[in-house]
Design a protein around this ligand. Structure first.
Ligand SMILES: Cc1cc2nc3c(=O)[nH]c(=O)nc-3n(C[C@H](O)[C@H](O)[C@H](O)COP(=O)(O)OP(=O)(O)OC[C@H]3O[C@@H](n4cnc5c(N)ncnc54)[C@H](O)[C@@H]3O)c2cc1C
Length: 617
């Protein structure tokens, strides 16, 4: 087979989906090389840009390094560069710093904001369509509120504290929702009254959120009103200045911030590609996602114009991924000589968040959700994305950024999952808990304080099949009449504590019978368990692998309980272990050194070293 070069331009939802599929299929085919070119070294999780712009998460929370996404795909070359032109005759993609020849080309360069030629938008408005945009908005808002707090001219101060968003699609509504959440924090940090901050959505047509049902849009509208967001419908903006916007009615709204989210057009970099464009500059493709008039050149995502039943593919994530898959399937079909695949869209629904705790969702055309459940589903869908792109790393990062490291209660669970407290206070508990395990282990090893040594020839495990061959402790237990046990979670003088299970359940006994079939193995098992307990004790005292060791203690408590060896009064072991999984080893313990070192070494081995720029191997 001759060598084939596939070039994918754009590592957005569409480009990543196509590249993943191609890389998987050609994993064992050395004749096929795939090159993914993007101007960034990371994928931007576009649907959450408003969270960065609105100060909810840090930029790294939605930047997925491409090396981390493709490190296990040895057949994918990553290139960080800006594509500027395509030579269709020579089949070469030209970038600012190089050129790359291709046999198959996939263009997934996305869209950009469309200002419809409105005067002043380019010069005075902000857009929200890239990481750079989001960071710029965030910095501008922080600076503007800080300056406004010191402004003595009342009219100017009001204009500075008025934040306007143009457009009531996904982007506009999600952006204003974040600002509503951020308002209190901005006011507090700058010692002003939050009531001074005004939030306005300006929409040209009489309705908002036009991609969802009217019922859900009305719910969203009611919620926004409740949050003090002003909605100006049927109010096209005709002019944007640095300190006001002008509506078609002639009304002027003094503001120093207009975020323009009113429209999307195709990425204008593609204007130079000499390819047929449709509405808003999108590149026309056929049912295989192949660009009109160009064999082996595919267009996907927000950039593609393809009509299904007279309707163009929407500029949404699901369409981006599905068009990406169609292009990948058709390249595979072409290389392998199999039948081509006709694009068929299948959209599962829409979700819009209005801040971190409220949203509306429509699923599979029949289920409507709002509030907590809508946001919960949004998080689940976001997590599903990491499963689709096979990135456990970013799934975990997402949970940390969205749930555990969140400030100002900006999460559906409010602040309940997130705490910035000092774990130092749990260090004494860790040392105490570790000492307890160490003492128990040493007692068993050396028969201290009158305990039976687990290193001797006495089997202390209570399982019935081991009893006939044992003597000592078991016989002693049989000859004394035990006192009636009393339930309690605390040992009370004079009371006989109650076991959680006085006998092991049958299913557990049958497992243990396989693991510990006779006295010889039971004695070995006892010695092993003694060493484990000593190890646990030492590790907890030193703060080494604290999370893991505490998890092991929970597993041990469960197995002691099922073995009929654990008392209710000791149930606190479990709760202490859970509490100590809070990073107490890192506060003052060996984990402070060991865990970052392991993370660094394992990360380097598994993912390689992330770089600010990638270039072809
Ligand atoms: C704030 C916001 C909220 C949104 N919310 C939702 C939502 O809730 N649900 C939904 O379905 N959709 C939503 N969208 C739309 C969704 O993000 C897009 O439909 C989707 O990102 C399109 O994917 P894509 O791969 O086509 O393009 P993109 O994700 O835009 O990726 C294009 C890639 O091409 C790269 N690129 C561009 N030009 C060049 C060049 N010249 N050289 C090299 N690389 C280049 C870019 O760096 C980028 O990585 C939202 C969008 C925004 C901005």
């Amino acid at each position: 087979m001759t060598q084939r070069n596939i070039i994918v331009v754009g590592a957005g939802f569409a480009g990543v989906a196509a590249t993943k599929q191609l890389a998987k299929r050609f994993k064992k085919n050395e004749d096929v090389t795939i090159t993914l070119i993007d101007r960034h070294s990371y994928q931007t999780y576009m649907t959450e840009l408003h969270e960065v712009a609105g100060g909810r998460v840090e930029p790294e929370a939605i930047q997925f390094d491409l090396q981390r996404l493709f490190s296990r795909k040895k057949n994918v070359n990553l290139v960080t560069d800006n594509v500027v032109d395509i030579d269709h005759d020579e089949k070469v993609v030209k970038t600012e710093h190089g050129s790359y020849s291709f046999d198959y080309l996939v263009l997934g360069m996305g869209g950009e904001p469309n200002d419809f030629g409105t005067p002043g938008v380019k010069e005075n408005a902000f857009t929200l369509w890239s990481m750079e945009d989001a960071i710029e908005i965030r910095q501008h808002i922080e600076e503007t509120v800080a300056r406004a707090a010191l402004e003595r001219d009342a009219a100017k101060r009001k204009a500075m504290l008025t934040f306007t968003v143009c457009g009531s699609g996904f982007t506009g509504i999600e952006m204003i929702g974040e600002l509503a959440d951020w308002k209190e924090r901005l006011a507090k940090d700058n010692k002003i009254d939050p009531k001074e901050i005004s939030l306005i959505v300006v929409e040209a047509v009489p309705t908002i959120l036009n991609m969802i049902s009217r019922k859900n849009a009305e719910k969203a509208e009611r919620y926004m009103e409740k949050r003090g967001i002003q909605l100006l419908k049927s109010s096209p903006i005709v002019k944007v200045e640095s300190d006001f916007i002008e509506l078609k009615s002639g009304e002027k709204i003094p503001t120093h911030t207009l975020i323009w989210t009113a429209g999307v057009k195709a990425n204008s970099d593609t204007d130079e590609f000499d390819m047929e464009q449709a509405r808003a500059g999108r590149l026309v493709a056929n049912q295989y996602m192949e660009a009109k008039g160009f064999e082996h050149v595919y267009v996907i995502g927000d950039l593609v114009y393809y009509e299904e039943d007279g309707v163009p593919t929407p500029q949404i994530v699901q369409a981006a991924e599905q068009t990406g898959h169609t292009a990948a399937k058709n390249i595979i079909a072409d290389i392998e000589g199999t039948e081509k695949h006709i694009h068929e869209s299948n959209y599962q629904g829409f979700m819009v968040s209005i801040g971190s705790t409220y949203g509306v969702a429509e699923l599979m055309g029949k289920y409507n959700l709002s509030g907590f459940f809508a946001i919960l589903v949004k998080h689940l869908v976001n997590l599903l994305y990491f499963f689709e792109i096979r990135s456990g790393y970013y799934a975990v990062q997402y949970i940390f950024h969205e749930f555990f490291h969140i400030r100002d209660h900006r999460n559906i669970f409010r602040g309940h999952l997130s705490r910035y407290g000092n774990v130092l206070w749990s260090v004494p508990l860790r040392v105490f808990y570790g000492s307890m395990w160490l003492i128990e282990g040493l007692k068993k090893a050396f028969g201290l304080f009158g305990a039976t040594s687990w290193f001797g020839d006495t089997v202390t495990l209570p399982f019935s099949w081991l009893q006939d061959v044992t003597s000592g402790a078991t016989e002693a237990a049989e000859t004394t009449t035990p006192a009636e046990p009393v339930f309690g979670l605390n040992y009370v003088y004079g009371e006989e504590p109650m076991m959680i299970f006085s006998d092991a359940p049958d299913w557990f006994e049958s497992i243990m019978e396989v693991m510990v079939p006779n006295a010889d193995i039971a004695l070995l098992f006892q010695k092993f368990m003694t060493l484990v307990e000593i190890g646990i004790g030492l590790a907890l005292i030193a703060g080494l692998f604290t999370w893991l060791v505490n998890a092991v203690t929970i597993a041990l408590v469960v197995s002691f309980t099922l073995s009929g060896m654990f008392y209710w009064v000791n149930i606190w072991f479990i709760f202490v272990a859970v509490a100590l999984m809070n990073g107490s080893g890192r506060a003052f313990g060996l984990d402070y050194y060991v865990i970052p070192w392991i993370q660094k070494m394992v990360g380097k081995w598994w993912y390689g070293k992330p770089k600010s720029m990638y270039s072809q191997k």
